[in-house]
Design a protein around this ligand. Structure first.
Ligand code: SF4
Length: 412
Protein backbone atom coordinates (compact mmCIF):
# COMPACT_ATOMS: atom_id res chain seq x y z
CA UNK A 1 0.00 0.00 0.00
CA UNK A 2 3.05 2.27 0.16
CA UNK A 3 3.68 5.17 2.52
CA UNK A 4 0.83 6.07 4.78
CA UNK A 5 1.36 9.76 5.29
CA UNK A 6 -0.48 12.29 3.20
CA UNK A 7 1.71 14.39 0.94
CA UNK A 8 2.98 17.56 2.62
CA UNK A 9 0.80 19.88 0.54
CA UNK A 10 -2.31 17.91 1.38
CA UNK A 11 -1.42 17.62 5.06
CA UNK A 12 -0.91 21.42 5.30
CA UNK A 13 -4.25 22.04 3.62
CA UNK A 14 -6.11 19.80 6.07
CA UNK A 15 -4.36 21.42 9.00
CA UNK A 16 -5.47 24.80 7.76
CA UNK A 17 -9.01 23.49 7.39
CA UNK A 18 -8.97 22.22 10.97
CA UNK A 19 -7.85 25.67 12.19
CA UNK A 20 -10.10 27.88 10.10
CA UNK A 21 -13.27 25.77 10.24
CA UNK A 22 -13.49 26.32 6.50
CA UNK A 23 -16.57 25.05 4.75
CA UNK A 24 -16.94 23.03 1.56
CA UNK A 25 -19.67 23.74 -0.97
CA UNK A 26 -21.24 21.19 -3.30
CA UNK A 27 -23.30 22.45 -6.23
CA UNK A 28 -25.48 19.89 -8.02
CA UNK A 29 -26.31 20.22 -11.71
CA UNK A 30 -28.70 17.30 -12.34
CA UNK A 31 -28.96 17.37 -16.13
CA UNK A 32 -27.39 15.01 -18.67
CA UNK A 33 -27.63 14.54 -22.42
CA UNK A 34 -29.29 11.19 -21.74
CA UNK A 35 -29.46 8.67 -18.93
CA UNK A 36 -26.71 6.02 -18.77
CA UNK A 37 -27.85 2.40 -18.40
CA UNK A 38 -26.23 1.87 -14.97
CA UNK A 39 -26.96 5.24 -13.39
CA UNK A 40 -29.19 5.80 -10.37
CA UNK A 41 -27.95 9.34 -9.61
CA UNK A 42 -30.43 12.17 -9.43
CA UNK A 43 -30.01 13.19 -13.07
CA UNK A 44 -32.07 13.42 -16.25
CA UNK A 45 -32.14 15.16 -19.61
CA UNK A 46 -33.81 18.60 -19.72
CA UNK A 47 -34.26 21.45 -22.20
CA UNK A 48 -32.28 24.67 -22.03
CA UNK A 49 -35.16 26.64 -20.53
CA UNK A 50 -35.41 24.20 -17.61
CA UNK A 51 -31.66 24.31 -17.06
CA UNK A 52 -31.65 28.11 -17.06
CA UNK A 53 -34.50 28.26 -14.53
CA UNK A 54 -32.67 25.72 -12.38
CA UNK A 55 -29.42 27.71 -12.38
CA UNK A 56 -31.36 30.82 -11.34
CA UNK A 57 -32.89 28.84 -8.48
CA UNK A 58 -29.45 27.51 -7.47
CA UNK A 59 -27.99 31.02 -7.37
CA UNK A 60 -30.88 32.11 -5.14
CA UNK A 61 -30.35 29.16 -2.81
CA UNK A 62 -26.64 29.99 -2.51
CA UNK A 63 -27.30 33.68 -1.73
CA UNK A 64 -29.96 32.86 0.86
CA UNK A 65 -27.62 30.41 2.60
CA UNK A 66 -24.93 33.11 2.82
CA UNK A 67 -27.45 35.60 4.22
CA UNK A 68 -28.75 33.08 6.79
CA UNK A 69 -25.27 32.30 8.07
CA UNK A 70 -24.46 36.02 8.32
CA UNK A 71 -27.74 36.63 10.19
CA UNK A 72 -27.12 33.74 12.60
CA UNK A 73 -23.56 34.85 13.30
CA UNK A 74 -23.39 38.65 12.87
CA UNK A 75 -20.04 39.89 11.63
CA UNK A 76 -19.00 36.40 10.58
CA UNK A 77 -18.34 35.66 6.94
CA UNK A 78 -18.11 31.95 6.28
CA UNK A 79 -14.77 30.93 4.83
CA UNK A 80 -14.91 28.40 1.97
CA UNK A 81 -11.94 26.40 0.77
CA UNK A 82 -13.42 23.85 -1.61
CA UNK A 83 -16.23 24.06 -4.14
CA UNK A 84 -17.38 21.08 -6.18
CA UNK A 85 -19.70 21.15 -9.19
CA UNK A 86 -21.14 17.63 -9.48
CA UNK A 87 -23.97 16.02 -11.34
CA UNK A 88 -25.44 15.08 -13.62
CA UNK A 89 -23.20 16.73 -16.16
CA UNK A 90 -21.97 20.15 -15.00
CA UNK A 91 -20.08 20.54 -18.28
CA UNK A 92 -23.49 21.00 -19.94
CA UNK A 93 -23.75 24.36 -18.16
CA UNK A 94 -23.05 27.34 -20.37
CA UNK A 95 -20.13 29.54 -19.33
CA UNK A 96 -22.62 32.26 -18.38
CA UNK A 97 -24.45 29.83 -16.07
CA UNK A 98 -21.23 28.74 -14.38
CA UNK A 99 -20.22 32.37 -13.96
CA UNK A 100 -23.64 33.15 -12.47
CA UNK A 101 -23.18 30.44 -9.83
CA UNK A 102 -19.58 31.31 -8.98
CA UNK A 103 -20.56 34.98 -8.65
CA UNK A 104 -23.38 33.98 -6.28
CA UNK A 105 -20.84 32.05 -4.19
CA UNK A 106 -18.34 34.95 -4.19
CA UNK A 107 -21.07 37.36 -3.06
CA UNK A 108 -22.19 35.10 -0.23
CA UNK A 109 -19.02 33.47 1.14
CA UNK A 110 -15.36 34.31 1.57
CA UNK A 111 -13.64 32.03 -0.92
CA UNK A 112 -9.99 31.27 -0.15
CA UNK A 113 -7.52 32.53 -2.77
CA UNK A 114 -6.22 28.99 -3.20
CA UNK A 115 -9.59 27.24 -2.90
CA UNK A 116 -9.89 23.94 -4.74
CA UNK A 117 -12.71 24.48 -7.25
CA UNK A 118 -13.59 21.24 -9.05
CA UNK A 119 -16.05 20.54 -11.83
CA UNK A 120 -17.14 17.25 -13.34
CA UNK A 121 -16.88 17.11 -17.09
CA UNK A 122 -18.15 14.46 -19.49
CA UNK A 123 -16.32 13.97 -22.79
CA UNK A 124 -18.30 15.37 -25.68
CA UNK A 125 -19.94 18.14 -23.64
CA UNK A 126 -17.16 20.73 -23.24
CA UNK A 127 -14.90 22.22 -25.89
CA UNK A 128 -11.67 24.11 -25.31
CA UNK A 129 -13.46 27.45 -25.31
CA UNK A 130 -15.74 26.42 -22.45
CA UNK A 131 -12.88 24.84 -20.54
CA UNK A 132 -10.75 27.98 -20.96
CA UNK A 133 -13.68 30.06 -19.70
CA UNK A 134 -14.02 27.76 -16.68
CA UNK A 135 -10.31 28.08 -15.97
CA UNK A 136 -10.48 31.88 -16.15
CA UNK A 137 -13.39 31.85 -13.67
CA UNK A 138 -11.20 30.06 -11.13
CA UNK A 139 -12.17 26.41 -11.66
CA UNK A 140 -8.83 24.70 -11.11
CA UNK A 141 -9.62 20.99 -10.97
CA UNK A 142 -11.41 18.97 -13.61
CA UNK A 143 -12.88 15.51 -13.09
CA UNK A 144 -13.40 13.76 -16.41
CA UNK A 145 -15.92 10.90 -16.55
CA UNK A 146 -14.03 8.54 -18.86
CA UNK A 147 -15.40 5.23 -17.43
CA UNK A 148 -13.80 3.04 -20.15
CA UNK A 149 -11.51 3.28 -23.16
CA UNK A 150 -13.32 0.50 -25.04
CA UNK A 151 -16.00 1.81 -27.38
CA UNK A 152 -18.11 -1.33 -27.02
CA UNK A 153 -18.11 -0.95 -23.21
CA UNK A 154 -18.98 2.74 -23.49
CA UNK A 155 -21.87 1.86 -25.73
CA UNK A 156 -23.07 -0.86 -23.36
CA UNK A 157 -22.91 1.61 -20.47
CA UNK A 158 -25.02 4.04 -22.48
CA UNK A 159 -22.33 6.73 -22.41
CA UNK A 160 -22.67 9.45 -25.04
CA UNK A 161 -18.96 9.57 -25.93
CA UNK A 162 -16.28 7.45 -27.57
CA UNK A 163 -12.81 6.61 -26.31
CA UNK A 164 -11.31 9.07 -28.80
CA UNK A 165 -13.38 11.88 -27.29
CA UNK A 166 -11.88 11.24 -23.85
CA UNK A 167 -8.43 12.03 -25.23
CA UNK A 168 -9.77 15.10 -27.05
CA UNK A 169 -11.39 16.44 -23.88
CA UNK A 170 -8.27 15.74 -21.85
CA UNK A 171 -6.01 17.56 -24.32
CA UNK A 172 -8.45 20.47 -24.55
CA UNK A 173 -8.37 20.72 -20.75
CA UNK A 174 -4.58 20.81 -20.70
CA UNK A 175 -4.57 23.47 -23.43
CA UNK A 176 -7.09 25.45 -21.44
CA UNK A 177 -4.60 25.50 -18.55
CA UNK A 178 -5.84 22.73 -16.23
CA UNK A 179 -2.92 21.31 -14.27
CA UNK A 180 -5.06 19.24 -11.91
CA UNK A 181 -7.15 16.69 -13.79
CA UNK A 182 -8.85 13.63 -12.39
CA UNK A 183 -10.32 10.79 -14.38
CA UNK A 184 -13.03 8.31 -13.38
CA UNK A 185 -13.08 4.71 -14.59
CA UNK A 186 -15.55 1.91 -13.92
CA UNK A 187 -14.20 -1.60 -13.43
CA UNK A 188 -15.86 -5.04 -13.31
CA UNK A 189 -17.89 -4.21 -16.39
CA UNK A 190 -19.93 -6.92 -18.13
CA UNK A 191 -17.57 -9.34 -19.82
CA UNK A 192 -14.51 -7.54 -18.46
CA UNK A 193 -11.32 -9.56 -18.06
CA UNK A 194 -8.26 -8.47 -16.07
CA UNK A 195 -6.61 -7.78 -19.44
CA UNK A 196 -9.33 -5.40 -20.59
CA UNK A 197 -9.40 -3.67 -17.22
CA UNK A 198 -5.65 -3.18 -17.50
CA UNK A 199 -6.04 -1.71 -21.00
CA UNK A 200 -8.53 0.84 -19.66
CA UNK A 201 -6.24 1.80 -16.81
CA UNK A 202 -3.13 2.05 -19.00
CA UNK A 203 -4.99 4.23 -21.52
CA UNK A 204 -6.01 6.55 -18.70
CA UNK A 205 -2.49 6.60 -17.23
CA UNK A 206 -1.00 7.33 -20.66
CA UNK A 207 -2.80 10.67 -20.57
CA UNK A 208 -1.11 11.36 -17.23
CA UNK A 209 -3.94 12.79 -15.13
CA UNK A 210 -2.98 13.89 -11.63
CA UNK A 211 -5.73 11.82 -10.02
CA UNK A 212 -7.61 8.63 -10.86
CA UNK A 213 -10.71 7.08 -9.33
CA UNK A 214 -11.72 3.54 -10.20
CA UNK A 215 -15.15 2.38 -9.05
CA UNK A 216 -16.49 -1.16 -9.31
CA UNK A 217 -19.72 -1.33 -11.23
CA UNK A 218 -22.70 -1.62 -8.92
CA UNK A 219 -25.94 -2.92 -10.36
CA UNK A 220 -28.41 -0.45 -8.89
CA UNK A 221 -32.15 -0.90 -8.45
CA UNK A 222 -34.39 0.78 -11.05
CA UNK A 223 -31.77 0.95 -13.79
CA UNK A 224 -31.78 -0.79 -17.19
CA UNK A 225 -28.68 -2.69 -16.00
CA UNK A 226 -30.68 -4.21 -13.17
CA UNK A 227 -33.20 -5.59 -15.69
CA UNK A 228 -30.38 -6.92 -17.84
CA UNK A 229 -28.05 -8.33 -15.21
CA UNK A 230 -30.18 -8.90 -12.12
CA UNK A 231 -28.18 -8.45 -8.95
CA UNK A 232 -24.77 -10.03 -8.57
CA UNK A 233 -26.48 -12.79 -6.60
CA UNK A 234 -29.07 -13.65 -9.25
CA UNK A 235 -28.38 -15.08 -12.69
CA UNK A 236 -28.11 -12.52 -15.50
CA UNK A 237 -30.20 -12.71 -18.61
CA UNK A 238 -28.12 -15.05 -20.84
CA UNK A 239 -28.58 -12.61 -23.74
CA UNK A 240 -26.05 -10.28 -22.08
CA UNK A 241 -22.36 -10.58 -21.26
CA UNK A 242 -21.92 -11.94 -17.73
CA UNK A 243 -20.45 -9.83 -14.97
CA UNK A 244 -16.96 -10.84 -13.78
CA UNK A 245 -16.96 -13.36 -10.93
CA UNK A 246 -15.74 -12.43 -7.46
CA UNK A 247 -12.19 -13.73 -8.02
CA UNK A 248 -11.79 -11.76 -11.25
CA UNK A 249 -13.21 -8.69 -9.56
CA UNK A 250 -10.71 -8.98 -6.72
CA UNK A 251 -7.85 -9.54 -9.14
CA UNK A 252 -8.86 -6.46 -11.15
CA UNK A 253 -8.98 -4.42 -7.94
CA UNK A 254 -5.50 -5.49 -6.78
CA UNK A 255 -3.92 -5.13 -10.19
CA UNK A 256 -5.44 -1.64 -10.51
CA UNK A 257 -3.80 -0.27 -7.37
CA UNK A 258 -0.55 -2.07 -8.05
CA UNK A 259 -0.30 -0.53 -11.54
CA UNK A 260 -1.20 2.90 -10.21
CA UNK A 261 1.47 2.63 -7.54
CA UNK A 262 4.01 1.60 -10.17
CA UNK A 263 2.93 4.65 -12.18
CA UNK A 264 3.69 7.06 -9.32
CA UNK A 265 0.20 7.38 -7.89
CA UNK A 266 -0.59 6.77 -4.24
CA UNK A 267 -3.87 5.15 -3.27
CA UNK A 268 -5.25 7.39 -0.53
CA UNK A 269 -8.81 6.12 -0.48
CA UNK A 270 -10.62 2.88 -1.31
CA UNK A 271 -11.36 4.03 -4.88
CA UNK A 272 -8.90 6.89 -5.52
CA UNK A 273 -5.22 7.46 -6.14
CA UNK A 274 -3.30 10.67 -6.76
CA UNK A 275 0.12 12.05 -7.43
CA UNK A 276 1.44 13.63 -4.21
CA UNK A 277 -0.37 16.88 -3.43
CA UNK A 278 -3.23 16.18 -5.85
CA UNK A 279 -5.56 14.32 -3.49
CA UNK A 280 -9.11 15.68 -3.71
CA UNK A 281 -9.41 18.01 -0.69
CA UNK A 282 -13.15 18.29 -1.17
CA UNK A 283 -13.72 14.56 -0.79
CA UNK A 284 -11.23 14.28 2.05
CA UNK A 285 -13.31 16.92 3.84
CA UNK A 286 -16.33 14.56 3.59
CA UNK A 287 -14.35 11.61 4.89
CA UNK A 288 -12.96 13.65 7.77
CA UNK A 289 -16.44 14.75 8.77
CA UNK A 290 -15.89 18.45 7.99
CA UNK A 291 -18.98 20.56 7.42
CA UNK A 292 -20.35 21.21 3.96
CA UNK A 293 -23.34 22.81 2.33
CA UNK A 294 -24.92 21.15 -0.69
CA UNK A 295 -26.94 23.28 -3.11
CA UNK A 296 -29.41 22.06 -5.69
CA UNK A 297 -31.73 19.16 -6.25
CA UNK A 298 -31.31 16.38 -3.68
CA UNK A 299 -28.01 17.83 -2.46
CA UNK A 300 -26.91 16.76 1.02
CA UNK A 301 -25.54 19.08 3.71
CA UNK A 302 -23.80 18.69 7.03
CA UNK A 303 -23.82 21.95 8.93
CA UNK A 304 -24.28 23.19 12.48
CA UNK A 305 -24.42 19.65 13.84
CA UNK A 306 -27.32 18.65 11.56
CA UNK A 307 -27.61 16.87 8.26
CA UNK A 308 -30.28 17.11 5.63
CA UNK A 309 -30.99 16.58 1.92
CA UNK A 310 -32.79 18.96 -0.39
CA UNK A 311 -35.98 17.88 -2.10
CA UNK A 312 -35.43 15.66 -5.16
CA UNK A 313 -38.48 17.21 -6.87
CA UNK A 314 -37.36 19.67 -9.57
CA UNK A 315 -40.59 21.66 -9.76
CA UNK A 316 -40.84 21.93 -5.99
CA UNK A 317 -37.21 23.04 -5.82
CA UNK A 318 -37.41 25.80 -8.47
CA UNK A 319 -40.76 27.10 -7.18
CA UNK A 320 -39.55 27.16 -3.57
CA UNK A 321 -36.44 29.11 -4.53
CA UNK A 322 -38.50 31.75 -6.41
CA UNK A 323 -41.03 32.21 -3.60
CA UNK A 324 -40.73 35.24 -1.33
CA UNK A 325 -39.73 34.37 1.30
CA UNK A 326 -38.04 31.22 0.04
CA UNK A 327 -39.71 27.99 1.14
CA UNK A 328 -37.77 25.37 3.07
CA UNK A 329 -36.69 22.55 0.75
CA UNK A 330 -34.77 20.56 3.34
CA UNK A 331 -35.83 16.93 3.77
CA UNK A 332 -34.66 14.25 6.18
CA UNK A 333 -33.38 16.91 8.56
CA UNK A 334 -31.72 15.27 11.55
CA UNK A 335 -29.58 16.55 14.38
CA UNK A 336 -26.57 14.29 14.72
CA UNK A 337 -26.31 12.43 17.99
CA UNK A 338 -22.91 11.49 19.42
CA UNK A 339 -23.59 7.93 18.26
CA UNK A 340 -24.11 9.17 14.67
CA UNK A 341 -20.93 11.24 14.83
CA UNK A 342 -18.88 8.32 16.19
CA UNK A 343 -20.14 5.97 13.51
CA UNK A 344 -19.47 8.47 10.73
CA UNK A 345 -16.03 9.29 12.06
CA UNK A 346 -15.03 5.65 11.76
CA UNK A 347 -17.10 4.71 8.73
CA UNK A 348 -15.89 7.61 6.59
CA UNK A 349 -12.39 7.94 8.05
CA UNK A 350 -11.54 4.31 7.40
CA UNK A 351 -12.22 4.84 3.68
CA UNK A 352 -8.86 6.62 3.58
CA UNK A 353 -5.74 4.48 3.45
CA UNK A 354 -4.19 6.49 6.29
CA UNK A 355 -7.35 5.88 8.29
CA UNK A 356 -8.24 7.85 11.38
CA UNK A 357 -6.09 9.81 13.83
CA UNK A 358 -6.47 8.54 17.38
CA UNK A 359 -5.58 12.00 18.69
CA UNK A 360 -8.32 13.68 16.64
CA UNK A 361 -10.76 10.98 17.80
CA UNK A 362 -9.92 11.70 21.45
CA UNK A 363 -10.12 15.48 20.96
CA UNK A 364 -13.45 15.21 19.15
CA UNK A 365 -15.19 12.83 21.51
CA UNK A 366 -13.38 13.28 24.85
CA UNK A 367 -12.61 9.55 25.01
CA UNK A 368 -10.22 7.23 23.23
CA UNK A 369 -11.04 5.03 20.25
CA UNK A 370 -10.27 2.03 22.48
CA UNK A 371 -12.76 3.15 25.10
CA UNK A 372 -15.53 3.20 22.49
CA UNK A 373 -14.48 0.54 19.99
CA UNK A 374 -11.90 -1.53 21.94
CA UNK A 375 -13.50 -4.89 21.14
CA UNK A 376 -13.85 -4.23 17.39
CA UNK A 377 -10.34 -2.77 17.12
CA UNK A 378 -8.86 -5.76 18.97
CA UNK A 379 -10.77 -8.28 16.86
CA UNK A 380 -9.96 -6.65 13.52
CA UNK A 381 -6.29 -6.18 14.49
CA UNK A 382 -5.97 -9.84 15.52
CA UNK A 383 -7.57 -10.87 12.22
CA UNK A 384 -4.95 -8.85 10.35
CA UNK A 385 -7.57 -6.50 8.89
CA UNK A 386 -6.71 -3.36 10.86
CA UNK A 387 -3.33 -1.88 11.71
CA UNK A 388 -2.30 0.62 14.38
CA UNK A 389 0.75 2.71 13.64
CA UNK A 390 1.95 6.28 14.18
CA UNK A 391 -1.15 7.19 16.18
CA UNK A 392 -3.46 6.08 13.39
CA UNK A 393 -5.81 3.18 12.75
CA UNK A 394 -6.20 2.00 9.17
CA UNK A 395 -7.24 -1.07 7.21
CA UNK A 396 -4.57 -3.43 5.91
CA UNK A 397 -4.65 -4.56 2.29
CA UNK A 398 -6.75 -7.57 3.38
CA UNK A 399 -9.02 -5.26 5.31
CA UNK A 400 -9.60 -2.99 2.33
CA UNK A 401 -10.87 -6.04 0.40
CA UNK A 402 -13.78 -6.50 2.77
CA UNK A 403 -13.99 -2.93 4.04
CA UNK A 404 -17.78 -2.73 3.76
CA UNK A 405 -18.21 -5.66 6.14
CA UNK A 406 -15.55 -4.33 8.52
CA UNK A 407 -16.98 -0.80 8.57
CA UNK A 408 -20.39 -2.17 9.53
CA UNK A 409 -18.82 -3.42 12.79
CA UNK A 410 -18.39 0.23 13.89
CA UNK A 411 -22.14 0.80 13.80
CA UNK A 412 -23.90 0.60 17.15
S1 SF4 B 1 -23.53 11.14 -17.27
FE1 SF4 B 1 -23.25 10.51 -15.14
S2 SF4 B 1 -24.97 11.38 -14.00
FE2 SF4 B 1 -25.47 11.48 -16.21
S3 SF4 B 1 -26.68 9.66 -16.58
FE3 SF4 B 1 -24.54 9.16 -17.06
S4 SF4 B 1 -23.68 8.33 -15.15
FE4 SF4 B 1 -25.61 9.35 -14.64
Amino acid sequence: MGERELSQGAAAAYERKDHTGALSLYIHFPFCVRKCAYCDFLSAPADEETREAYVDALAREIKTAGERIAAQQPGHVQYVDTIYFGGGTPSLMTSAQTDHLLTAVAMSFLVADDAEISAECNPGTADQEKLAAWRSMGINRLSIGAQSFHDDDLKRLGRIHTAAQIGQTFRAARQAGFTNISMDLISSLPGQTTGRAKEDLCSAMALMPEHLSVYSLIIEEDTPFRDMYGSRETAPDPAYLPLPDEDTEREIYHRTWQLLEEGGYRQYEISSAARPGYECFHNIGYWKGHEYLGFGLGAASLYGGARWSNTPDLQEYTEAMSAVPQRDIRRELSVLTEKDRLEEFMFLGLRMTDGISEEVFAKTFGKTADEVYGDVIRKQTEQGMLERSGGRLFFTERGVDISNTLMAEYMF
